[in-house]
Design a protein around this ligand. Structure first.
Ligand code: PNS
Length: 158
């Protein structure tokens, strides 16, 4: 049974994340979305809020679950019997950080491989930070996030 982890801050989940989640879920038997609970940067949403939004938007995917984690990603992966870490690559600017993270994780646990999925070209500019900034100033985020996230951010910044 192939188990993969898709880790991230998801503050909040965007359509770019959803695209990666859907594609990764088709490649493995079970996909665990790992939500980092001790984010260094101050998150807008609590870990519970981020998990609720992820669950609401992925509930139709039967082999996907959402869970918080803290500490090292490779330790969480090993605890869940996952052998694959999935990350999305939007642009060359992501590459250096992602390569360093993949190599660090492999040096910590050689049984866990990182695979990269190229982000859908429609979302290559998209990040949670961009979404938050647009929402904060009352801009239109309809095309950028799932409807439940749009509603949530609208009420948050009302
Ligand atoms: O969505 P993000 O913020 O780009 O996700 C980053 C994340 C959660 C994948 C990364 O910060 C992480 O894995 N943190 C856990 C701590 C860890 O394992 N560090 C060592 C690898 S660099």
């Amino acid at each position: 049974m192939k188990i993969a982890i898709y880790p991230g801050s998801f503050d909040p989940v965007t359509n770019g994340h959803i695209d990666i989640i859907f594609r990764a879920s088709e490649m493995v038997d079970h996909l665990i979305i790992g939500v980092l609970s001790n984010v260094k940067k101050q998150p807008l949403l609590t870990v519970e809020e981020r998990i609720d939004l992820l669950k609401a938007t992925t509930k139709y995917l039967k082999n996907v679950e959402v869970e918080a984690f803290s500490g090292l990603l490779v330790d969480f992966a090993a605890k869940k019997n996952a052998t694959i870490i999935v990350r999305g690559l939007r642009a060359m600017s992501d590459f250096e950080y992602e390569l360093q993270m993949a190599q660090t994780n492999r040096s910590l646990n050689k049984n866990i491989e990182t695979i990269f999925l190229a982000t859908n070209i429609h979302y290559s500019f998209l990040s949670s930070s961009v979404v938050k900034e647009i929402a904060m100033f009352g801009g239109d985020i309809h095309a950028l996030v799932p409807p439940v996230v749009e509603e949530y951010l609208k009420s948050k910044f009302k």
